[in-house]
Each structure stands twice: as structure tokens, then as C-alpha cells.
Write a protein that binds this ligand. Sequence first.
Ligand SMILES: Cc1cc2nc3c(=O)[nH]c(=O)nc-3n(C[C@H](O)[C@H](O)[C@H](O)COP(=O)(O)OP(=O)(O)OC[C@H]3O[C@@H](n4cnc5c(N)ncnc54)[C@H](O)[C@@H]3O)c2cc1C
Length: 427
Amino acid sequence: MNVQTSPEVLIIGGGPAGATAAAILAEHGHEVLVLEREKFPRYHIGESLIPFTYHPLERLGLIPRLRASAFQKKYSVVFVQPDGRASQPFYFFTRYDRDTVAQTWQVLRSEFDLMLLNHARERGAAVCEQTTVTDLLREDGRVVGVRARHADGSIAEYRAPLTLDCSGKDSFAAVRQGWRVRDPYLNKVAVWTYYEGSKRETGLDEGQTTVAFVPEKGWFWHIPLHGDRVSVGVVAEGKYLTRGGVKDPRAIFEREIHQNLWIRDHLATGRQVGPYYVTSEYTHHARYCYAPGLLLVGDAFCFLDPVFSSGLMLALKSGVLAGDTVHEALVARDFSPERFAAYGTTMRQGIENMRKLVYAFYNPTFSFKAVIDKYPEAAGDITDCLSGDVNKDLSGLWAKIREFVPLPEELPLGGPMESVLPEPVPA
Ligand SMILES: Cc1cc2nc3c(=O)[nH]c(=O)nc-3n(C[C@H](O)[C@H](O)[C@H](O)COP(=O)(O)OP(=O)(O)OC[C@H]3O[C@@H](n4cnc5c(N)ncnc54)[C@H](O)[C@@H]3O)c2cc1C
């Protein structure tokens, strides 16, 4: 066993949450080590940014790099009925500043995530790729580091006063601690793939996200990327997608194309490329955001159904907030749970607001139009929430929407754990 020198902060996972937290901490002057399982660039799903991702990207200093990048610019979202009727595009600049928040991007994640991780390196973070964290090290009820396996099979232990779990949807720590809480209603399945040479809109609309409905509250995403590539996926209940015993992802996908005329028309001239992907683990929460020595960030803290493309905004935002919170704790040499309470509260407020909108969306009787027809003043709050401006009091909006459909109560989750960390449950 190899015991390595100790940084001030260890980060499990170099995805958007881990790379963001690493960059912020390195900028504050701390020694940070990111342990990442893969070799970047690596594939990842989750390609559409929403307008309020602007602020964490700005904090990272990455807006000029994004502007100079090849990433497809995104100005709008459009909703399409199964018979092909499209809503008017909703242009973000009708509500937000044209030069900042109102223009965002559709990103190829292999390139976007590499940009973020390289940025963390440029700021001074050390990154060790092809290194899989296998265990949390504990002493006296605290997490004091991790055990990891390198590509050559060697095992090393890394120690630090604080470890950030940024392992994404795998939720490394929450699974091992028995902290993972499913969201029983949001248990969808997604099947997706890529097309080249398919039909695209032009001008300002070229980069628009299209949400195209299929029956039974299922929906397609259609996300145009640069290089004439489009990401297309269908999301619905598993029993709907596999009806008639169809299990093969390609067969599921090809059948659903015919459930929406707009999707069928747009893909007709294109060529499907690469594999078909499937995921079924849709939405889970961690019971705690912190236990002594351990902080959860990004999807590792909460993975929310991505119908409104909120994942990267939440991952980057939590990375910035975690970086600043950990910096203050390191300066004060105080790692008591209370220090991390505000982090958990802020992140849960945003998640709960977005979660309510996701619940409403999946209710078969719900439509945004019906709410706005009755309460035109609700349009602004709906737009803000959909755009990622989620840390605000939206109780007035929820009261209005509750007249149409039930909304979930907030989950009493996400605070810091006060007591010592118990032994892990079997994964
Ligand atoms: C079908 C689908 C569609 C989506 N669409 C969108 C979208 O349009 N827009 C959007 O914003 N979001 C979308 N998302 C969500 C988005 O992908 C995530 O929110 C985002 O990737 C979270 O970033 P993260 O850094 O927390 O996790 P990740 O990006 O998953 O990064 C985690 C990193 O940790 C590494 N890792 C994991 N375990 C270990 C370990 N034990 N040791 C070392 N390293 C480890 C992984 O290799 C990975 O690089 C979608 C998700 C899904 C499933």
C-alpha cells in the first residue's frame, strides 16, 4: 500500500462539479487533488445548458472561452405536440439580458468537461486520471481520505481534512452510507443516440432545444450540437417504452420516433451514428450534504430528472458554492457540520423548486398554458425556474399551480449530519 502526500482537499470525480470545485479551491490558493476514474476526454450525456449556468461559468472565468468555442449557441426552447405542432420558440432574450444570461450553449460533454478539468489544472489543481476511488478512510467518526486504485492496479491511500464526493450519478458516498433516497414518482427510463445530417432549424433557432411529446407523458429531447450532430433521446415510464415486450434499445427508440411527427420528419434525412444508450436510474437524493470530513456536490448530492436540463447548472453552482464554503472552513480550521448547513439549504431550495416543476410536467392533466391563461403574471416565475433562477421564493407560483395539479412536499433532506459517521452499509 502506497500512502501519498496529503493535499488540503481531495475530490472524487473530475466531472463538471468536481472540476468546478477544484478550480475555485485552487484559485483560493488551496492544494487540491482530483481523482478521476476515466481518461478525459470521455463520453457523457447531458448536453444542454440553461441560461443561469452563466453565473458559475462567469465566476470560473470561462465565458470568453465558451464564446470562442465551436459549441452550438442556444437561444430558445420549443415544445412540440405528437402531431408535429410546435409552440412558438421561447427566446431567453425576451426576459434576460441579450449579452449575458440570454444566450447559452449546447455542449459536447467530452469537450466541455475536458475544458473544465483543464481549467482546474490551469488554476493549480492536481488531477490524477484513471484512478478509481474504492473506499472512504475513516478515523474517529470522520472521513480522513480515500483509498484508490490506479490504472496499473496499484492501491494508494490519500489523506486530507476534507473530501468532496463529486462522483456524479454513481453517488459514491451516498450509496455506501445508505443515504440514497429514491423519488418514487420520478422513475423514468431514457433511451438515446446521435444523428448526423438530419434536419436542423436555421438562424437563431438552429441551436434550440426541442422537447417533443409522445403519448403517456413521454418526451423526446432533440439537442443540436456542433459538427452537424444531434443528440436525440426519449424518456418515459419503462412499462410504456417496453410495451409489447420490446426490450432492445434500438427497437424502442425506432418505434417512438413514429409517435412524434416532428421528430420523425427531422430525423428522416439523417444517419444514426454510434451506440444506443439506456439509463433507468432517474432521480435520487442524498439524505445528508455533509458528514465530518465529507461534502457531497453535483449529482452525487442529488440527481434530478433532466427534463428541464438543470443538471449542469446545479453541478456548476454547487461546485462554486462548495469551493467557497470549503475555503472558509479551511481558513478557519473549523469543519463542524454547522459550517455546511447553508450549502445544503441553498442547494436543496433550488432542487426542490425545480423538482416541483418536474412533478407538474409529468402530471397528465398539467399544462403551462392553462396556468398562464388563468394567471398571466405566473409566466415570469415559470420562465425563471425553467431558466435556472431557482434560488428564490416561488411559493406564489406553487400556490397557483396547486390549483391545477398536486405538487410534492419538500423532502426533509440535505442538511449536514451532526453525529459521527457510522460504518457503511453494504453497497
Ligand atoms: C439521460 C440524461 C440526460 C441529461 N440531460 C441533461 C441536459 O440536457 N442538461 C443538463 O444540464 N444535464 C443533463 N443531464 C444531467 C447531467 O449529465 C449531470 O447533471 C452532470 O453530468 C452532473 O455533473 P457531475 O460532475 O455531478 O457528475 P458527472 O458529470 O457524472 O461526473 C462525475 C465524474 O466522477 C467520476 N467518478 C465516478 N465514480 C468515481 C470513482 N469511484 N472514482 C473516481 N472517479 C469517479 C466519473 O468518471 C465522472 O467523470 C442528463 C442526465 C441524463 C442521465
